[in-house]
Write a protein that binds this ligand. Structure first.
Ligand SMILES: Nc1ncnc2c1ncn2[C@@H]1O[C@H](COP(=O)(O)OP(=O)(O)OP(=O)(O)O)[C@@H](O)[C@H]1O
Ligand SMILES: [Mg+2]
Length: 232
């Protein structure tokens, strides 16, 4: 397994969010994580990144325990992160944002160039300030920035939030292409219909617990599952 979480309890200070959570993600797989607002989806990503307080359980990357490592080491091991709301450096240029992505890991120029090649629109805007990009372009930049470290695992937190359909398709295609190239992709989304086409597996988080770990086919066959867990 590329990424293996076992019996994770985690949260912030005295607030516990994740409870006994176990999850596995293989290389080349897209696992979509769904759940209501506040279920703990972002906290799960932060826990993998060492940015939340893990109280119990283990997190293994390629068999190596990373749950006890300081947060700065985790990107260097090949864990890329596209945070919810993108978190770009707005006053910096596209090129500078990408440079920061490179510095978080040990991505070389070839890695940066292949990240940029996925998003030609960014290539034309290297000198432009990030906060002047369109919403879709900003999301491309957030993704390209994460790819600059050459991730083996990519954590995408609601990357299509607020985007129009053509941009959503572009972001989803990029996630699929990365998985086809062997990257393990953990994708958080709000809407189940946004993920069925690209997911290999779909998991539901409910009050910090993994309520269901299933396949897109099983969900298509039984819509009541979706209603029960996401309440759409
Ligand atoms: N830094 C923090 N300190 C204390 N509690 C926090 C902190 N960040 C998040 N929480 C709490 O943890 C719970 C889970 O939040 P989280 O952001 O993981 O949910 P989510 O599933 O990503 O929700 P959304 O769909 O709205 O993004 C919430 O109750 C939230 O208030
Ligand atoms: Mg969230």
């Amino acid at each position: 397994m590329m990424l293996e979480l076992r019996d994770i309890d985690a949260g912030y200070g005295t607030v516990q969010v994740l409870r006994g959570l176990s999850l596995q993600l293989a290389a080349g797989e897209v696992l979509c994580l769904l759940g209501r607002n506040g279920a703990g989806k972002t906290t799960l990503m932060k826990t993998i990144l060492g940015l939340a307080d893990r109280r119990a359980g283990s997190i293994r990357l390629d068999g190596v325990e990373i749950g006890t490592m300081p947060a700065y080491r985790i990107p260097r091991l090949g864990v890329g992160y596209v945070p919810q709301g993108r978190r770009l450096f707005g006053e910096m240029t596209v090129a500078e944002n990408l440079r920061i992505g490179q510095l978080a890991g040990d991505g070389d120029e070839a890695t940066r160039n292949s990240a940029l090649a996925m998003f030609p629109r960014l290539e034309e805007r290297l000198g432009q300030r990030a906060d002047t990009l369109s919403g879709g372009e900003q999301q491309m930049l957030a993704m390209a920035r994460a790819l600059c470290l050459g991730p083996r695992v990519l954590l995408l937190d609601e990357p299509t939030e607020g985007l129009q359909p053509s941009m959503i398709a572009l972001i989803r295609d990029a996630a699929s292409a990365l998985a086809a190239g062997g990257v393990a992709v953990l994708l958080v989304e709000q809407r189940v219909e946004a993920v069925l086409e690209i997911a290999d597996r779909v998991a539901f988080l409910e009050n910090g617990r993994l309520a269901l770990d299933t396949t897109p086919d099983a969900l298509r066959a039984d819509e009541s599952l979706v209603h029960r867990y996401v309440g759409v």
